[in-house]
Design a protein around this ligand. Sequence first.
Ligand code: NOJ
Length: 740
Amino acid sequence: MTLKAKYFLIVIFFFGNSIFAQNYEAKVDSLMNLMTLQEKIGQTVMYSGSWDQTGPIVGSDNGKYIREGNMGAMLNAFTVKGTFDLQKVAVEETRLGIPLLFGYDVIHGHRTIFPINLGLSASWDLNMVEESSRIAAEEASAEGLHWTFAPMVDIARDPRWGRVSEGAGEDVYLGSQIAKAYVKGFQGDDLSKHNTILACAKHFVGYGAAQAGRDYHTVNMDEGELRNVYLPPFKATVEAGVETFMSAFNELNGVPTSGNKFTLRDILRDEWGFKGLVVSDYISINELIPHGFAKDSTDAARIGMNAGVDMDMVGHLYRKFLKELVEQGKVSESYVSDACRRILMAKFKLGLFDDPYRYIDEKREAETKYKPEFLTKAREIAAASSVLLQNKNKALPLSKSTKTIAFIGPLVKDEYDILGNWAAKGDRNGKAVSVFEGISEYLKPNQILYAKGCDILKDDASGFDEAINTSKKADVIVLVMGEGHHMSGEAASRTNLKIPGIQPQLIKKIREANPNKKIVLVLMNGRPINLSDEVILVDTILEAWFPGTMGGAGVSDVLFGTYNPSGKLTMTFPRNVGQVPIYYNMKNTGRPIPDNNPNEDYKSSYIDTPNTPLFAFGHGLSYTTFQYSDLKLSSNTLTFSGEISASVTVTNTGTTDGNEIIQLYVHDKVASVTRPVKELKGFQKIFLKKGESKTVTFTISVEDLKFYNNEMHYAVEPGEFEIAIAPSSNFKFKNNFTLE
Ligand code: NOJ
């Protein structure tokens, strides 16, 4: 009997046909009854592909480990060509023929790249988040992938940390909503469909609070902070049905999170009832040794499994040491079985036991990548993610009839950095639409002047003269500048938040040469930037983030007013790096600065910089203006079992149609644990034609007001609350209600 026939028989005999596919538990149990301890351990092992020209090499150690039944999943292996041979070995050349899982970092798109996640979050558009991750899942699954290591749901309040680019910013409520939308997009409504993939909530937990914004650094926080700020987006993903979690690199209060029983077992499993699988971050179990938490590799494997990490990403420790640890009684066999069961369950849910090659289809692969409708969506999302930070003298939108516009800067013609970090298989060579290409849809060649001026990082100013001369010839100047894509993401922390290199000098020189001309700065970057000088030097700043494959087209739609910008910041922009961490929902302190005397001494402030940010959380302008009026509460008293509604009328008072993101904030004035000065509790994005008014209503119940108190009870306390509906977090409360 051929091996393939053997596999077929095993599948038919033990698992029946797919009509009974929902009875996964029984099927997993039947399969597990056949498995040796070593085979179970094999499922807990993930390796990374070592690539030849088309995909991971089967003849390498990978092939050997698969054949031995020592591999359950593979990272960085995709494309039909790249996964087929590996899957064939697993299915046809191992005793039980258990298919592999293929995982990859599909973070903001797979081929069609959307704006970086921080940018996408600035759209405050949950449909767009879901649509973009749905498209990413379509493209990824068509290339053999079953699993993405996304979304990253770490709350991030420190722009020095490069990974702020991968998340949804600083806010707990918004971050939780966005986290759910990603999960829905990746996993769809039915994992057994061939175009859905497993999502992974990462990095569990506290990674975003790395000391001094330095990647992988130590995290210390009290349990209240952990539960009130850092855990909720993760919990939201569990509620949304996320199938997998990733433990993190950082330690949390002295216990590394990839060996942290409290977070992985007590909270994730016991409190939240999470049933899916937990994978370690890349060699994060091995890193228990340098953390000073494990004495050697065997010890690290013991701690990882006992703490609740089901799968070892690339660390080789479970493969090498788990068997002996079980035999010595240092790891319970039931832990290994539970881990294996969860991994098999994921494979069943994906339908891999019905057809291990169901994600491997050349025709689908060829038809799916860069579909025109994906690119159209990417263009729209790039536009919707951009944030108009400042627009003095109405320098934007640009007019198509302007005689000449100078486009200056290292990112004008860029098709490489524009995709941002973690751009999966997005093509950086020719597929991405640069700003230059984008504006060429709006202007004739003789209207466009161009000079690069300088590089992003090099300090060679030899291009300055040409750039300055070019700027002098133009009627309007557009600078396209920012960071390189490698300056944010993993291991890309910065201590300086300025626009890098000599770009700021070029901005200054261009302003000096053109004191009265309108200057627009288009920024591409992966974090909040210190723009204190630029807000004075230029008229307008459009934060475009790294906008993705269609970025140049989407940004140009905003520049020329085809798309009226509506994005709002999801992370505070500081005045300088010394204010960091700075976020809108800080505590008041015992010595807040008095409203009527901002310079009063002995208050919680700096002697050289105001406490306020340069641009607040929730800030973002439009080409039109919106007026908020008539805030009404249905009652000034909320009861424990009741609800009240808060409504406001928003009017588009300008001359252009546009979207507005309306934000609901609450402040719990007195509590047994001090509460932030304001907290986002709701938002709505609405479209208003010029002159149009709409009344927007939010409902508030005690659920919205709960928090973890010092006894770690999730509770609400009676008393007075302030409430506001506002266009950004930069407002003062005027209304109250009482909870009684
Ligand atoms: C390390 C990163 O921290 C994580 O986010 C990523 O998913 C893994 N590497 C796999 O590439």
